[in-house]
Design a protein around this ligand. Sequence first.
Ligand code: HEM
Length: 409
Amino acid sequence: MSALDDILEQFAPGDAAFIADPYPVLAELREATPIFWNESTNQWMVTRFDDVSAALKNRKFGRSYTHMFSHEELGRTAPDVRWTRFNEHEQWSLLSLEPPDHTRIRRLIAKVFTPRAVAKLAEPIEGFSNELLDRCEELGTFDLLSDYAQPYSVAVICSMLGVPTSDTQLLLDWSHAIVKMYELTASEETKIAADRAAGEYIAYTRDLIARKRREPDGLLVSELARVEDEGESLTEDEIISTTMVLVEAGHEATVNTLGNGFRALMHHRSQWERVTSGDVTVSSAIEELLRYDSPLQMFERWVLEPGIEIGGQPLNVGDEIAMLFGSAQRDPRRFDAPEVFDVGRDDPAHIGFGGGIHFCIGAPLARQELNRSLSGFADRFPNLQLVDEPSYHPTFVIRGLRSLTMSTS
Ligand code: HEM
């Protein structure tokens, strides 16, 4: 057995101990090799920052291949027909598309999800945050995730989309169930639940769009139904997938960035104090939260054209790569002292929001949400404490805490 095989044995995305702290194993892998074959998922795993960053921007890779090849042509199996509703929900998601559909749909979405629309959310975002911070203060000891981050992030997205407040819990439950399908280790039971949730969510969204067409309110779903550009508009199925991806992509990542981020801040008290004292800007601190312990550990791409290699490894059309963001974000070739959590690093050019054509369309909103939250907690609760050591959900691709119990003093 080679030294690399020894390390590979420890790369165990289904294992609780690995999920709790994947970074030592990721560091060993990254230093051993820029790329390795993962037998259990049939993917090339990419470990280093420059390679990941280049792959994100290289159009010879795609998030999907069906615009160029049939499943048979690439020797791949078609999506499982048992998960029709799940497949339907993501069919027109930006994350399932490549040009020309991706270009057309992203352009139409960008016409309504504008920087101005995001700036207009500043006031409601502050309102939601303050209300929840009041509640945390009343409680004294609270769970950052269920008492703050989850209701906060879902309220922001729902108010942006124009989803009634009374329905936010429904969306939250559907979103949680659906995103589990993206794990490398999803069980049959999880897949059944994800498919059921997708079906209910599609029916709900179809109805919501019909209501918005009858009574437009100027909010995002209503605007998506109205938007036109160069004679093009979005079909109902495209609006459905778009609405759903905005909730799923927007909600889970924001919540888990707050959870992982506050855990890091509490474990590095001096860094928290740099934030509360105003020694560093909140903007710099949130970029470090996104780099140091991103909840999004892995993104995949298909090789669409010949002539690509990574780290000397030639890749064939139809190969799949998995980019290990958590490893890349701690690559010493790119970041000085990458294992050090330094809120003053002030380096927004990480890959926490991706790169290339799939760069996170919600990044300005996410930054605003994170900024408001960190400022709010730092101003109101400088003596914030971790009450006990949290545990992680048994998922690696979206890596987040089950809960984060904290006290305000
Ligand atoms: C801290 C929070 C967030 C993080 C870390 C994050 C991260 C990312 C990353 C890494 C990608 C690129 C995926 C890839 O290249 O395969 C992405 C794409 C995306 N994100 Fe975010 N995101 C966050 C918040 C949001 C929010 C708030 C929204 C919307 C409300 C959003 C909507 C999207 C969408 C729609 C895409 C797909 C874009 C495309 O394919 O063109 N995200 N996000």
